[in-house]
Design a protein around this ligand. Sequence first.
Ligand code: HH2
Length: 297
Amino acid sequence: MRHRFRGMSGMQGPCWQTARFRIDLSRPRVMGIVNLTPDSFSDGGRLTTVAAALSHCERLIREGADILDLGAESTRPGSPPLPEAEERTRLLPVLRETLRLGVPVSVDSYKPAVMRAALDLGADIVNDVWALRQPGALEVVAAHGSCGVCLMHMHGEPVTMQAAPMTGDAVPQVAAFLADRVATLRGSGVDAARIVVDPGIGFGKTVEQNFALLARQPELRAAGQPLLVGWSRKSSLGAVTGLAVADRLVPSVAAALLAVERGARVLRVHDVAATVAALRVHAATISQASDAAFTAS
Ligand code: HH2
């Protein structure tokens, strides 16, 4: 088993503590999306067997994914909730296999029983679009002691969120929500190093609000935690480019890079290879910028 993160002793900068790995966030990390769903908005119905899912995960890792995010229920606007038993049936057999791949594995679920089952199997991270607001969810994460958690902002719920999106300036509202959720978790004994936050692009927000969250992303630092963002193939990118979901690679990579420029530390993406290539360009630029600064001083 390869361990990309464990054993990185002397890690000084930002990091994300997860069940098996302490992820160094001094450089941006790529979280590869693995949708085990029949109905996800951009890639549903592709990974219908454990073998297909596993081979997709292996491909994402070859392309440079630092983290895998397994989701069994679509949260696209209008999607109905999935029964818990069905979510477990889709998720757990794939999780069991992917935990052998040597990278942190995140589970995209808001149901406490599914989170508990995934953590019992050894999942590293809970990625919750409800930010642990479902009854019992916070207790599951707090009781675990070391898993990582991503707290995402969502206005309303998937079934109705786009029918009645947020009103007013989304940025301070999202920042306050995330800061409040972080404080609640900290108050329940969850160590700050375990927590990242996410503005929830597309979750009950207008196109303008989503882009305000990108333009003014540094204001979200008020939550005091590393930022994860998920722009990949989202409809706001379609709204400003006119491109169909299958053609949103370039806008997705552009948004990811803009987010990194504004401080994002984890990018949740479908297209890992292209995102990793863009990040290499970013890293090469950053290294020259700091060299220049060093030479000048
Ligand atoms: N977006 C989606 C699902 N989970 N989790 C986080 N933390 N941040 C996000 O932006 C986010 C998320 C929706 O995207 P996708 O998984 O591609 O689609 P679907 O929900 O239809 O499966």
